[in-house]
Design a protein around this ligand. Structure first.
Ligand SMILES: [Zn+2]
Length: 284
């Protein structure tokens, strides 16, 4: 069965490179097609003063004359988007998300000495730099590409973006949820940090919060305990930090299993411990 180089799924697209580089690494790119929608105030008489006090809202975002409330019911002053300001946000979103996720994760090949997981020899060869076979172990370099697309075309995620006025003492809670049809949908603002954009994209990559299995998250997945109990968990991008590691490789693992139609043995890792050490271990 030949290896497929392009695939389209409801959650992501993926491209497998057709040649390995001088490290014997083949690029595996997960592509998220994201529609960013500028959301503007409705205009007219202001009707709700800004307030950082939490109020029950049955988990709905509302947009009004010159305000919007977040999931906590806190009310924020919002402005009309100008076209250059929105273009600037689009550019920043793509740049910062790709910077956070691109080439952070590596996937080591199945162990060819283990009959229960070995890749068929033809595919094993075809995913390598021929001059390096037997000299450098092959691996996949996981890339992420964000394609910004109109919401009228096929997309994996629909993100509404608010232009929150500066000078407010609380932060609008960005979030991503899954719509019934399977497309992710959520809210971002112009004030989201690079860390927040990376975190929300983690949800678009099928990841939940680092401590989501904690029973205290069962009823409220935004409770602060879900973002990590230990310092290590909080440093995770799916906590409150920026660290991306092999545990975040879900979409890339799904991708390589579909490209090769080979399930077992793929092993995701990250750059720390150093790649040399991982590769040495992988070839022992
Ligand atoms: Zn989150």
């Amino acid at each position: 069965m030949p290896i497929t180089l392009n695939l389209h799924t409801p959650d992501f697209d993926s491209e497998l490179g057709n040649s390995a580089d001088s490290d014997n690494a083949t690029p595996l790119t997960v592509v998220l097609k994201v529609a960013l929608i500028p959301e503007n105030p409705h205009g007219g008489e202001p009707s709700r003063p800004p307030s950082c006090t939490d109020r029950p809202t049955n988990n709905r975002i509302s947009i009004g004359t010159d305000w919007a409330n977040d999931l906590h019911g806190r009310v924020f002053r919002i402005n009309q988007w100008g076209s250059s300001a929105f273009q600037h946000f689009r550019t920043r979103f793509k740049r910062e998300v790709e910077q956070a996720w691109n080439k952070r994760i590596f996937i080591l090949f199945p162990d060819q000495t283990n009959r229960n997981q070995a890749l068929n020899p033809t595919d094993y060869r075809s995913l390598q730099n021929l001059s390096l076979i037997g000299r450098k172990p092959p691996f996949l370099r996981c890339r992420l590409r964000i394609d910004l697309v109109p919401h009228t075309t096929r997309h994996h995620a629909l993100m509404h973006v608010l232009n929150v006025a500066s000078g407010q003492s609380c932060q609008f809670q960005a979030f991503v949820g899954r719509r019934a049809g399977g497309v992710d949908e959520g809210f971002l603002t112009n004030q989201c940090s690079a860390r927040t954009l990376a975190h929300e994209t983690g949800h678009l990559l099928g990841l939940d919060h680092v401590n989501a299995d904690d029973p205290r998250c069962r009823n409220n997945r935004h409770a602060s305990i879900c973002y990590g109990e230990t310092e290590r968990e909080r440093r995770d991008v799916m906590g409150t930090g920026t660290v991306v590691h092999g545990g975040h490789a879900r979409r890339w693992l799904e991708a390589i299993r579909q490209h090769t139609r080979h399930q077992p043995g793929w092993q995701a890792t990250h750059i720390d411990p150093p790649m040399d050490e991982l590769l040495r271990r992988a070839t022992q």
